[in-house]
Design a protein around this ligand. Structure first.
Ligand code: CTP
Length: 220
C-alpha cells in the first residue's frame, strides 16, 4: 500500500442497505451498517483518490474530504451511480442492494383493520452492477451463506466484474454490523486470495491494492 497510489483517480463507492418503501412509514430493508463502504471511501481518500460515496441510509457520519450523496431506494442509487461513473476509474459496489421492491407504494399508512394477513407483491429492482456500463473497473461484493467461492465466481462472470469480494456472512465477526470482515478476493484471471479476519479498514486497503494493480494492468 502506498499513500499516494490513487492520486488522479476517481473512485465511486456505494454503501449501506437500500430501502424500498411499502407506505409512508414502512420499508423493506436489510442489516447492512454501511461500514465496509465507508471504510473503502476513507481508504481511497487517504490514498489520494477523488472519492464519490453514494450511500443508502446509515447511522455513520459523512466522511470528510469525500463527496457524499445520500439515497434511499435501489432506483435512486442506480440514478446516482450512472451520474457519478461518467468520470470514474472504478466503481466499488459495497452496498447491500434490495433485490425486490413493492410493486406499488401505498400513499397512506396501511391500516390493519380486521385483516389477519397481508400480502405485498414484490417486483425486481434494477441490478445496478450489471446494468451500469462503461470503461471503469467494476468491483462487486458477494454476500453468501453457502458455496462462497462458486457463487462469487458466478456473480463475477454474470455481472462482468474485474474483482469480487466474497464475504461469508455466516462466519463469526464477519459481514453485517461488525467492524471486522473475513473475505476472499477473486479476479477475472481466476486468482483467488483468501484473507484472514481483519478490520474493515484493512480489508478496504487490500481491495484497493488490487484496484491499483488492475488499473495498472489495464493501462499498460
Ligand atoms: N447489486 C447491484 N444491484 C442489485 C443487487 C446487487 O448492483 N440489484 C450488487 C451488490 O452491491 C454487490 C453485488 O451486486 O456488489 C452482489 O450482490 P449480492 O446481494 O451478493 O447478489 P445478488 O446479485 O443480489 O444475488 P443474490 O441475492 O441472488 O445472491
Amino acid at each position: 500500500m502506498n499513500k499516494g497510489d490513487l492520486i488522479g483517480k476517481c473512485i465511486v463507492v456505494t454503501a449501506g442497505g437500500t430501502q424500498e418503501p411499502i407506505d409512508p412509514v414502512r420499508h423493506i430493508g436489510n442489516r447492512s451498517s454501511g461500514r465496509m463502504g465507508y471504510a473503502l471511501a476513507e481508504a481511497a481518500r487517504d490514498r489520494g483518490a477523488e472519492v464519490r460515496l453514494i450511500t443508502a441510509t446509515t447511522s455513520l457520519p459523512d466522511p470528510a474530504g469525500v463527496e457524499v450523496m445520500h439515497v434511499r431506494t435501489t432506483t435512486e442509487m442506480k440514478t446516482a451511480v450512472v451520474e457519478a461513473v461518467t468520470k470514474a476509474d472504478a466503481l466499488i459496489m459495497a452496498a447491500a442492494v434490495a433485490d425486490y421492491q413493492p410493486k406499488t407504494v401505498a400513499k397512506a399508512k396501511i391500516k390493519k383493520e380486521s385483516a389477519q394477513s397481508l400480502t405485498i407483491e414484490l417486483v425486481r429492482t434494477p441490478d445496478i452492477l450489471s446494468e451500469v456500463k462503461g470503461k471503469f473497473l467494476k468491483v462487486g461484493f458477494a454476500a453468501e451463506s453457502e458455496d462462497l467461492i462458486a457463487n462469487a465466481r458466478k456473480k463475477l462472470e454474470n455481472k462482468g466484474l474485474d474483482l469480487i469480494v466474497a464475504n461469508d456472512i455466516t462466519a463469526a465477526d464477519s459481514g453485517f454490523d461488525v467492524d471486522t470482515n473475513k473475505v476472499t478476493l477473486i479476479d477475472r484471471k481466476g486468482r483467488v486470495e483468501e484473507l484472514p479476519m481483519m478490520s474493515k479498514r484493512e480489508v478496504a486497503d487490500k481491495v484497493l491494492d488490487r484496484v491499483v494493480g488492475i488499473l495498472a494492468e489495464k493501462s499498460s
